[in-house]
Design a protein around this ligand. Sequence first.
Ligand SMILES: [Zn+2]
Length: 330
Amino acid sequence: MNLSTFRFGALCRMLVAVALCMTLPPVVHAEPPAQAKVQAPGFYRVSVGDFEVTALYDGEVPLPQTTLYGLRAKDIQSLMASLFQNAAGDMQTAVNAFLIHTGDHLALVDTGAAECYGPTLGRIQDNIEAAGYKAEEIDTVLLTHLHADHTCGLLNQSGTAAFVNATVRVSEEDAAYWLDEAIAAQQPEASRFVFRLARAAVAPYIAAGKFKTWRAGDTLLPGLTTAPSPGHTPGHSGYLFSSKGENLLVWGDLIHNHAVQFPRPEVSFEFDSDRPQAVATRKKVLADAAKNRLIVAGAHLPFPGIGHVRAEKKGYRWIPVEFGQSFLGQ
Ligand SMILES: [Zn+2]
């Protein structure tokens, strides 16, 4: 092709383009619809062997950085900034619960905060339905401990049982502490409401004969082992679900801020009942989770709160689960 042929071809293409522009209607740039302003439904699924696990989002709550103990403020802020958290503000803290369908049982681990901590929480019931289940289908509620962000969801707004067909299970150590009015009376007034909320949350289940404590070593459901992890509360416990060689540890409140406490597990939390014990427990459980490559699920890890723990040269790193659906047979 010589230069004049090329120029002639280019001229032709330009003329065709001009002709098309003159004959086609102008492109209309319509206004887009209004922004959606709603989040995706707060549930997420993984499989563990034959068990189907659904993470349920209750919401999030801002916690002051001063609720973390054992590290200088500037080190806390530097760790938060390293994970792109707002180091100048409160810590965005998720509240999650987990629904485990074992094939024979539908068990809910923790129940969220319902109305107890304001409007940014309290979505567990909505998300159980969004996930395709009904509250009355749940036969077992397993509580990691009796703090209100895990128990208030036991009640409907009317104060009646939200899970009418469920038996509620908690360690006997936690029940013996939080449900004892004499122990509550010894606390400063500002702390007594936590005891009151715990008693109120389990009251309808006790009245119906559907509240049962457990002891370490008890079998609650097939494929479920209790994993006591005291410190955050006296009877705080994880629940280990095992199926076909896969293991999921739902660990409750082992970590309250993933940016800080994975790399620095010695950092404790204001509402730990026994801070040194909580730190020792965290170090032990993190080491175990990393070594045994457990799938872990945390009540206050970023939703869906499911992933793995990796041991680093110093401390640990949180590896969140990746979104997927093929394992569900889709
Ligand atoms: Zn909690």
